[in-house]
Design a protein around this ligand. Sequence first.
Ligand SMILES: Cc1ncc(COP(=O)(O)O)c(C=O)c1O
Length: 383
Amino acid sequence: MKYNFDHVLDRRASDSIKWNFFEEDVLPLWVADMDFLSPPEVLNALRKRIDHGVFGYSKTQDKTKSAVQDWLSNRHGWKVQTDDILIIPGVVQAFNVAAAAYSQPGDSVLIQTPAYHPYFYVSSNSQLHQIDSPLVCESSGYYSLDSSLFKHSLHPDTRTFMLCNPHNPTGRVFNESELHSMAQSCIENNTIICSDEIHSDIVHPGYKHIPIASLSSEIAHMSVTMVSATKSFNLAGLKSSAVIIPNPRLRELFSNQLSGFVGSVNVLGETALTASYEYGEDWLTELLNYLEGNRQLLLDFINNELPGINLFPPEGTYLAWLDCSELDLDDPADFILKQARVGLNSGEWFGENYSHYARINFGCPRETLTAALERIKSALLLR
Ligand SMILES: Cc1ncc(COP(=O)(O)O)c(C=O)c1O
């Protein structure tokens, strides 16, 4: 191993929200960033940029778009044109901009629940109606698409669908047939697919991320895809992302909506994004191995030591969606915070029907993960 993911860092002394939100004795395994150093190659590129010493307004460099193109092609087999790419500060901004650009006030936007919390603000941000189309949960805890439910959730005025793939919080990596089915329904309804693929590089063995727009030119024509190096290379605070819009008309509407509201990406964010895609592959390979070890540890611990908590193995992301219904607690994350001093996300954050869930972030050194799980075990034994 060239990189050391076991190293425990003091993040409390930094400006980390993850580590400074709760009281000091709490181990935080909530917000979606990891407790690992970014790749040294990226840190070196940042140092070099800082040494230049001037940080004026930036213009997207050609090499940034080339890095995005090469990454998407090599990693996900998706060929995109240079002109289709926009570099902007963030994915949350991007899906809000898309909803505003393609809708009129009073139209509807469809989201799939459980959902990453910021999707719940898209409707109010652009005066839209929100339609919830739940993913269906089998008794095993496996979430999947109900094609008919999805199709019938789309209304004539549903201009945008917010797809999250890989899915936060369930960890699903949607398969080709699910993606085709969603895309077909959207095309028939003239609904634009806003595909948040920010977690696309974190996919566990046996699964493959498929960019929905790569399935056909017809689907690409109806889609806006958002990717970023920020999850994969732990750069969330540097705020940079890429939006791919092959349809020139949709791209124009998106760009018009951006101007005046969303500024250029910050220069260090762009440097980090480019360096990650250019030099980060080996680091990512080792990260994925390490995360696979953590995922296995988490599953074994839950199955053997935490009766009352169930987890269907996540297919992607470093997040796990813990079904705590058998514990019979109003808010399991709150119990775990108060009694175990471990900070998780409460299931309610992902939709009103999910209060019996908690989300845990296993993107941390194994020592931290083990300590947190031991704390939860002790708290459950004492209750
Ligand atoms: C599904 C999803 N989309 C977007 C984001 C955040 O994106 P950004 O920081 O680029 O706004 C996150 C962060 O957790 C996420 O999980």
